[in-house]
Write a protein that binds this ligand. Structure first.
Ligand code: SF4
Length: 509
């Protein structure tokens, strides 16, 4: 059992909750998620609405009911929220009130020790849970312990807007003020506090083994990497030879005015895939509202989607005689549902025209909107793919409009909907092998069934430089490591792409 510590940056409450639930239910490891939430008031199972003094929306906050103990509390920027998801030693199978009290005490002590490490003297107050500085509350604690495994955790005020607490009776405690480290004169930054908490957590819960990954604290500058013209090793060279079948496929695409990611992204496997009669359809237009640093797709203002596109894709599937169709799309943040309806309609259209054909969708994150994602999940694709693309540290540099926690939450939600899930990473953009192993463990922890790992190829001088050519032996090592972690199928090679050998991978799980 490894303790996996993750600093995840700013994460909406509901997405963090769904990610927690997946780690709580599916992961064999222990986890400590450290993050901030946008403004939100959460209501625990014993919450009294009388303790919510104003309509949360009137102060720019969300209101969420949740399954932790306690009353109402506030979360927001400048507050460090920690979710330890642990299997408490010797408690698997049963945990009573005494265990919960003991566990809460252990979390309080961890906070008190970590604050001491940054020069702040904190204490407990008899009869009141949480951590205090004198009689002022600096950290709220609300946990859930089920069959010896924990969820939820603590909220430590580093430098939040304390006026947000005046709109509620925090934790139902009317006679005790709330404070923050900053209000107590402590200049420690969020990172200082995260470092102190992580060190104490590893000491307390990670004795056997632990690893930590952070999303970047600042958006770093592009790494230097290999020169644009650097000679490619043989193992990333793919012959571009369009035989008769491929040309026939090209004709079908043009005839039906369809777009493929194969062409738009300049995929090296185009000849092989098209010659074997498969291709990845790109719906919702060919212009993306994002600009990921590795992606060749056009980022000018998108056109409206064409309503008959799902039928045209289905027609192409029939003409190509596909048994496994892959449908992807650009991100359409300009659309209310992020383009979700296009996916649902395309899956249904293919099912109507080619009933025996498996349908795999490779979706954007729909900005974490659960209703939009559910519209896609309800179409019951055979494989639900959403790419993590890179490791936590490089997310801001590589895909600034997306997020590590958001992508894991998207995959966790798809798995909770009972779908076969898939994700992928592109290597050679500056990550280390250990970071890749950490991301594989995170994908396994949210129940992902298929993972693809491939080599990054720089599409133009405007895109990220290649940081390294990953050796084929490394791809093999990562495949074996991922499958040893329990990922049913890892497709890993220099030329692997999200939809490469998609049918075989789906059949393998
Ligand atoms: S969201 Fe997808 S299509 Fe858009 S730039 Fe990023 S990788 Fe490319």
């Amino acid at each position: 059992m490894t303790l996996r510590v993750r600093w995840l940056g700013r994460v909406p409450y509901r997405e963090a909750h769904d990610l927690q639930k997946a780690l709580f239910e599916r992961s064999a490891d222990d986890h400590l998620l450290l993050l901030e939430h946008p403004h939100v008031y959460t209501l625990g199972v014993r919450a009294d609405m009388a303790n919510v003094l104003v309509p949360p929306a009137s102060v720019g906050a969300e209101l969420c009911r949740t399954d932790r103990g306690g009353d109402v509390t506030y979360h927001g920027p400048g507050q460090l929220v920690g979710y330890p998801i642990l299997t408490l030693p010797g408690k698997r199978g049963g945990s009573g009130m005494a265990d919960t009290v003991a566990y809460v005490r252990s979390v309080e002590q961890l906070i008190i020790d970590a604050l001491a490490d940054i020069g702040v003297s904190a204490n407990r107050l008899p009869d009141y849970p949480g951590v205090w500085i004198g009689e002022r509350k600096v950290c709220a604690i609300g946990v859930k312990l089920t069959r010896g495994r924990s969820m939820h955790g603590f909220a430590l005020n580093v430098e939040p807007d304390l006026t947000m607490f005046s709109h509620i009776v925090p934790c139902g405690i009317a006679d005790k003020p709330v404070t923050s480290l900053r209000a107590e004169g402590c200049a420690a930054t969020m990172k200082d506090v995260v470092d102190a908490i992580s060190a104490r957590a590893v000491e307390r819960w990670g004795a056997r083994s632990s690893e930590r990954q952070d999303v970047a604290w600042q958006r770093g500058s592009a790494p230097t990497g290999l020169a644009l013209g650097a000679r490619k090793p043989d193992w990333v060279r793919a012959p571009l030879k369009l035989g008769e079948q491929a040309l026939g496929l090209k004709h079908t695409m043009r005839d039906l005015e369809l777009v493929t990611v194969c062409e738009e992204a300049g995929c090296p496997n185009l000849s092989e895939c098209w010659s074997s009669g498969t291709a990845t359809f790109m719906i919702n237009g060919d212009r993306c509202t994002r600009a990921c640093a590795f992606c060749l797709v056009d980022t000018r203002k998108p056109f409206p989607v064409s309503p008959d596109e799902p039928q045209r894709v289905a027609e192409a599937v029939v003409r190509m005689g596909l048994s496994h169709a892959v449908v992807t799309a650009v991100a359409r943040d300009d659309m209310a549902d992020g383009g979700a309806a296009g996916f649902a309609e395309t899956v249904q259209a293919i099912r109507r025209r080619q009933p025996g054909c498996a349908v795999e969708v490779l979706i954007p994150d729909c900005k974490g909107d659960l209703e939009s994602l559910t519209a896609i999940f309800d179409a019951r694709p055979d494989v639900m793919n959403h790419n993590l693309e890179t490791v936590a540290r490089l997310q801001r540099l590589v895909r600034p409009s997306a997020g590590y926690a958001r992508s894991l939450a998207t995959l966790a939600r798809a798995k909770a909907a009972g779908l076969v899930t898939k994700s992928g990473l592109i290597l050679g953009m500056g990550e280390t092998d250990d970071e890749v192993l950490g991301s594989l463990a995170d994908l396994r922890a949210v129940g992902v069934d298929i993972v693809t790992l491939g080599q990054y190829l720089r599409p133009s001088a405007d895109h990220l430089p290649v940081a390294r050519w990953v050796e084929p032996a490394t791809f093999t090592m990562l495949k074996e490591a991922g499958e040893a972690m329990g990922i049913p199928h890892v497709e890993s090679s220099p030329l692997t792409r999200s939809s490469y050998h998609a049918r075989e991978a789906a059949q393998a799980v």
